[in-house]
Design a protein. Sequence first.
Length: 331
Amino acid sequence: MSFNKNTFNLNLLGIHLWNDSGICEIQIKNPKDQIFNRSLDYNFSYFFDTYNRQFKITNDTKILNNGVNNINLISFFLASPEGNYHTEEIDLEALANENIEIPKEYNFNHLIPPIELYKEIIDEYCSIMDPVKLAPLQKQIKEKDNIISTLNQEKTTLQNELNSFPIKKQRLELANLEQDLIIKKLESKKLAKSLGIKMSIINPKITFIQANSAKARIQNHLSYKLGQALIANSKSILGYIRMPYVLSYIKNKHKFEQKAYEEKIKENPNLALPPLETYPDYNEALKEKECFTYKLGEALMQANKNWYGGGYIKFIFKDVPRLKREFGKKG
């Protein structure tokens, strides 16, 4: 499609059309390689601005329709090239510096609130109210800081105590205790040799008890040993500090000795100790199982089995006071 000759040299400003034939594209171009393209959806009315005020209609200007057989052209917006199209660039900086007076009847500045004054009022209000609002939080922060400071001081004190002479002395005592146990094992080996029992020179494993004493065998139970250690170490602060190490050592040593005894029995069943009922002091041994020392160690072993369920807390605050009440008359 071409334009009528009376439109030649006019500038194309825009185009108005209607499309009810389907999605398509309209294209307008002239010999100066000026092209105007637009895609059209179905069932819409369009007005397009070319945005190019130098797009001139000539004898060779063509209108092309791509995609459908027909399209409804309503009008073209053309203008004389001599018109003022305001293509000059605006000096915004000069415009900003220009003093423009607004006539009184058009001046509505009084409707604009005094922002700077409001800002000063708000800032002054915040400077007064913020400390009041923050006071409780600052108090809490200060209290937490005091708690942290106290805990750090306690940590430092405990660290100093751990590195102090009494603690080092205690560690030496524990080392001496372990050495004494080794010596006792060697003495046991010597006793075993005199009794005609073969025993490893490097790893003496059996703790010997009186062969004719049921009471001594009861006192060799782990419950009795632990109860004995609890009582002995509860008489001083150092004892309490040392207690976990001592109890752990006693438990491991007892387990080691029991395993060694079982291995020896497998090698020679004749070494098995007779039943407690056969000992002459059997009834006396039964009383030993009911004493405070034995029951205390027994309660500790039960607490250790249920450590994840608060066993130790129950032991300290319930079992120990109960046992003390029950055996109060027995000392």
